[in-house]
Structures are given as structure tokens and as C-alpha cells.
Design a protein around this ligand. Structure first.
Ligand code: HEC
Length: 136
């Protein structure tokens, strides 16, 4: 008998893997913003009761009574942003992106102040965290 070569045709199964790519959902903005908020340690100064985020315990003891807190302004809970933030003609997003980069001031406890801490993450992260503090 002739030696027959069997041709195997098992090479058509490439598609399955492509169907399993993760889809980023619409709620990701909020989750991403929350992550930025926590990673940036915004909660070192701010609580955000609406999201059940408590203020981190002060690490002053560990640092040996560092900064003079007497004159310092009290960081507000961010569940409800102040009128000075929400009633800006330019809009909350535009204002906060400048404020968190210390490029704009706001009125807090009767004083015109820059933010305590300059945001150091990416522009995308800044956008996400700004939406997050607005409950978006
Ligand atoms: C070192 C303390 C500190 C850290 C860290 C900090 N903040 Fe603040 N933040 C303040 C203080 C104090 C104020 C009150 C206004 C001022 O003094 O700038 C404020 C004000 C704000 C306001 C305006 C609140 C209002 O009155 O409506 C927003 C929004 C805000 N911070 C967001 C953030 C976000 C987001 C982060 C993290 C990326 C952050 N803050 C990190 C201290 C802090």
C-alpha cells in the first residue's frame, strides 16, 4: 500500500482569544478617581463622608510634631464642595484643575488661599479625581 500522508487541519482556532478582551465600563471614572484620591493621600487631610472615606490618622506623632498647626486652615470634608468652588463662572472642573495645581486661589474661612498640596499626578488622574470629589 502507498504511504499516505495525513493532512491535519487543526489551525483555524485563533479567534477565541480575541473575544476575551476586557471592556472598560462607564463606572470606571469613579473607580479610577477613587483610586487616585486614595493613592494621592488626599485623605491625609480630607475625609469624604459621602464615599465613606475617613481621614487618615495624623502621623504627626511619628514625625515628631512637625508643622505648626495653629495657624493652619482646617481641610473640609469633601462630600459637599463649598459655594466658592461650585459657583465659579468657569465651571467646577476648570476651576479645580487650576486650584489643585496651585494655580488659583479660593476663599476658605475668610481667607484667599491656594490649595495646601500641589497635585503631582497625570492630567488624566487629575481629571478623574476632580470628577470623583463631585460624586461623579
Ligand atoms: C496637606 C493637606 C491637604 C491635602 C493632602 C489635600 N488637601 Fe485639599 N484642601 C486642603 C485645605 C486646607 C483646603 C481648604 C482650602 C485651602 O486651604 O486650600 C482644601 C481644599 C480642597 C478642595 C476645595 C473644597 C471646598 O471648599 O469646596 C478640594 C476640592 C480639595 N481640597 C481636593 C483635594 C484633593 C482631590 C486632594 C488629593 C489630590 C487634596 N485635596 C489633598 C488640604 C489638603
Amino acid at each position: 500500500m502507498k504511504n499516505k500522508k495525513t493532512t491535519l487541519t487543526l489551525s483555524a482556532f485563533f479567534i477565541a482569544g480575541l473575544m476575551l478582551m476586557p471592556v472598560s465600563g462607564m463606572a470606571a471614572g469613579n473607580a479610577a478617581g477613587k483610586k487616585v484620591f486614595l493613592d494621592s493621600k488626599c485623605n491625609k487631610c480630607h475625609s469624604l463622608d459621602a464615599e465613606k472615606i475617613a481621614k487618615l490618622p495624623s502621623d504627626k506623632a511619628a514625625e515628631g510634631e512637625g508643622e505648626a498647626e495653629e495657624n493652619a486652615v482646617k481641610p473640609p470634608d469633601l462630600s459637599k464642595l463649598s459655594d466658592d468652588v461650585t459657583k465659579r463662572a468657569e465651571g467646577v472642573d476648570a476651576f479645580l484643575s487650576k486650584f489643585l495645581l496651585k494655580e488659583a486661589t479660593m476663599t476658605h474661612e475668610g481667607k484667599e488661599v491656594k490649595h495646601k498640596k500641589k497635585f503631582e499626578g497625570s492630567p488624566e488622574d487629575l481629571k478623574a479625581v476632580i470628577l470623583f470629589v463631585q460624586g461623579k
